[in-house]
Design a binder for this molecule. Structure first.
Ligand code: NDP
Length: 291
């Protein structure tokens, strides 16, 4: 069996660190907690469940959460106005814009209203550019991309000089992961939906990150023995979830010298912990700037 790159106990350690930073920020603000705002314009059950969990996590580390529900018919102008108001609110430290948005609303356009210093899930153009040129602030990275890197760090997977492949090139996962792997010294290739033969690109990978949004896309024939595979995918399956990787055939192909992150229990909980850390760091930054 390959190594199982589970989020625990590392996610718990990151959450404990977030709790400490949040407590420091609240003490410096004379007991008043900065707020983390989550903006919603959807009624999709999975998305609302995610928001509930996120706000619970924010409150578990001691910070105040603010749920801003704009309704499913919110216009681009209304979402822009809400994000601009939160950006200039002196008590809001961090802003998360929940997906999906109502049809016709451009995520890129509305994200421009988020103050880059409060963009704790790294969706603004400014923070994406800073990542691309390597001048980013770790606390403003897209949380899922940062979580992938945390898992690799936690299990001491060497990256410098190694061939790495990212399947997927979305602005929130695939692209930032590719930048971060490159910054860590890996030689990175990116595969996407137009890649003619996925296996030709993925088989040379010693580190493979899969964020395609296609259930079970990567199978045993796509990987080489000894590779480390990080599965970002989330797909409901009965009362559990499965990933973008077909775990059974991939585990068999990787062998004992390889590694695979589990779904559930891998990137998902690590992402929650990283987002909590970003929230706490933003709270501390806000209190420092207000002083
Ligand atoms: P997107 O749909 O935005 O992007 C998917 C990417 O995968 C695109 O770049 C697309 O290529 C590529 N792709 C699609 N089909 C194939 C294929 N057959 N072969 C190769 N590449 C393909 O998804 P996200 O990046 O937002 O999310 C990816 C997955 O990660 C989803 O399952 C999502 O649920 C999960 N996720 C998990 C999170 C977590 O915390 N664990 C957080 C966020 C997402 P192209 O660009 O050509 O269209």
């Amino acid at each position: 069996m390959p190594l199982r790159l589970a989020a625990q106990p590392f996610a718990k350690q990151i959450t404990a660190q977030a709790t400490e930073i949040a407590a420091r920020a609240i003490a410096a603000a004379h007991g008043r907690s900065p707020e983390i705002a989550v903006v919603i314009a959807t009624s999709e059950p999975d998305s609302l469940l995610y928001v509930d969990r996120l706000l619970k996590q924010v409150s578990a580390i001691g910070l105040a959460g603010r749920r801003v529900d704009l309704g499913t018919t919110a216009s681009e102008a209304e979402i822009l106005a809400a994000l601009a108001a939160l950006s200039s609110d002196r008590n809001v430290a961090g802003i998360i814009l929940q997906s999906p948005l109502p049809s016709g609303v451009s995520r890129e356009i509305v994200a421009a209203a988020i103050a880059p210093g409060k963009d704790i899930d790294g969706i603004t153009h400014q923070n994406a550019e800073r990542l691309a040129d390597g001048t980013h602030d770790d606390s403003l990275l897209p949380a899922t991309a940062a979580a992938v890197m945390e898992l690799l760090r936690a299990y001491e997977v060497p990256l410098s000089g190694r061939p790495a492949v990212v399947v997927g090139r979305s602005a929130i996962v695939g692209r930032p992961v590719a930048h971060l792997l490159e910054l860590a010294g890996a030689h990175v290739e990116v595969a996407h939906s137009k890649t003619p033969d996925l296996g030709v690109v993925t088989r040379p990978a010693e580190v493979l990150v899969v964020a395609a949004g296609v259930r079970g896309l990567v199978r045993g024939e796509h990987v080489s023995p000894g590779a480390v595979v990080i599965d970002v995918g989330i797909h409901p399956s009965g009362d559990t979830i499965v990933g973008d990787v077909d775990a059974e055939s991939v585990e068999a192909a990787l062998g004992a010298s390889g590694g695979l992150s589990p779904v559930p229990g891998g990137v998902g909980p690590m992402t929650s912990a990283v987002l909590a850390l970003h929230a706490a760091q933003a709270a501390e930054r806000l209190v420092r700037e207000r002083a």
